[in-house]
Design a protein around this ligand. Structure first.
Ligand code: HEM
Length: 396
């Protein structure tokens, strides 16, 4: 008895070892003969289409649609297989071939997952051959169909994973950041963000902005930048808050008023400066004498019966009549000082001109006041000899 039981156990063990059955499969084999007890529908068997054509019993769990053979079946696989390409369903019942086929869903007991066989076709009235979804994971049934989120397989294949931040496993090395294209001569704002702040956006100044704003913007101008520096308005003392009476007042930007436009006239031929120099040498000598302002006035521009025009420069009286056609500024300008002292206006116009040398041949005397002329006349009358020439020399 004992030997018989031992032999039976050994035989069963050898069979299990030969078939490579798992515990679930063993239980399924043992419960197979009693499966019809819980059957809710007709019994079906499927074959895997392989050479040994091993049959698999099905237990219909649910009916899909009107087809009697369509539904969800529970299959008890007799053994482990690498692939089940084709499932042939042998129906016990006769079916109408014209009945539209419906998908057959097979729930395998080893392991517990569903194989959906779509497009089931009737074979010779009774048999059905339907392609079954390939089951490559039959050998590794305990491994999930897809790599787990924290698996090394997913982390080692960053290229196949979309670059979505949510799929990056914490703690693992994610894919390297995409290279950001940089322009060699582009502004810093085109570089990778976060390296340096973007440059300040140039704000357009409102019309009538103060010169202080220009001074603030001037600090961004590089020295030697003529384009920007020429457009920057130099700050004035008032714009910088410095009172005009303060000793810290900035020097004026313009030390003198802007020069007036040249007023040179086109001289007639033969009246150039060189011509005047030559003409001056040939002027007749005129003895110098004392000239009062009243006499000077008779040689003015208006009410002049003498038709000669005199002026006074630094106390010397000049007859500028021969110089009128030689004056580069025109006769009209020269006649403005006729009959009066023209020193101030002369120096305002062209202080660089050596008038003493230019008008040497035009000198007629010296300007004396009316009182001095009267005193001199008294002196002359009291003396026996006329001393006019001595007096003029002493005056010089
Ligand atoms: C009376 C003695 C004067 C002499 C000898 C004289 C001589 C000259 C000379 C040599 C120039 C040429 C300067 C240059 O090219 O740089 C000149 C220009 C001129 N002068 Fe006179 N001048 C006299 C009086 C006056 C007076 C009284 C006025 C006006 C009120 C006047 C108005 C001018 C003007 C407007 C120019 C042209 C300046 C310019 O644009 O270049 N001048 N004068």
């Amino acid at each position: 008895m004992f030997i018989g039981i031992a032999a039976l156990v050994l035989a069963v063990g050898a069979y299990i070892y030969k078939e490579g059955l798992r515990p679930q499969e063993i239980l399924a084999r043992l419960a197979g003969p009693f499966a019809f007890w819980g059957a809710t529908g007709p019994q079906k068997t499927i074959t895997d289409g392989s050479e040994n054509n091993e049959s698999i019993k099905l237990k219909q769990l649910d009916v899909v649609g009107n087809g009697t053979s369509s539904g969800i079946y529970k299959a008890d696989l007799p053994s482990r297989r690498d692939k089940v390409d084709t499932v042939v369903v042998e129906d016990d019942e006769e079916e109408d071939p014209t009945t539209p086929t419906a998908p057959v869903k097979i729930q395998l007991s080893i392991p517990t997952f569903e194989v959906e066989a779509s497009g089931v076709q009737t074979k010779k009235g009774k048999a059905r051959k339907a392609p079954v979804e390939d089951d490559d994971s039959d050998e590794d049934l305990g491994i999930p169909m897809f790599p787990a989120l924290n698996s090394a397989q997913r982390a080692s294949k960053p290229a196949t994973i979309p670059q979505a931040p949510s799929l990056v496993v914490p703690g693992s090395m994610g894919p390297p950041p995409l290279p950001v294209p940089k322009l060699a001569s582009g502004p810093p704002s085109l570089a990778a963000p976060g390296l340096m702040p973007p440059p300040p956006i140039p704000m357009r100044r409102p019309a009538g902005s103060s010169a202080a704003a220009s001074a603030r913007n001037a600090q961004y101008a590089r020295p030697g930048m003529s384009s920007s520096s020429s457009l920057v308005v130099p700050p004035s003392a008032s714009s910088l808050g410095v009172p005009k009476t303060s000793s810290l007042q900035l020097p004026p930007t313009h030390s003198q008023p802007p020069p007036k436009p040249r007023q040179k006239v086109i001289l007639t031929p033969g009246h150039s400066p060189l011509d005047w120099a030559d003409h001056q040498k040939r002027l007749p000598f005129v003895p110098l004498r004392r000239i009062t302002p009243s006499e000077l006035a008779t040689h003015g521009a208006r009410k002049n019966e003498t038709k000669t025009y005199w002026t006074v420069l630094e106390g010397k009286v000049y007859d500028m009549t021969p110089y009128l056609p030689y004056h580069p500024g025109g006769e009209k300008e020269l006649l403005r000082v006729a009959g009066k002292d023209g020193t101030k206006l002369f120096n305002l116009t062209h202080p660089w001109v050596n008038w003493d040398n230019m008008l040497r041949g035009c000198e007629v005397g010296i300007l004396v006041s009316e009182n001095e002329m009267l005193k001199k006349e008294v002196v002359v009358d009291s003396s026996t000899n006329g001393g006019d020439e001595e007096d003029l020399e002493s005056m010089d």
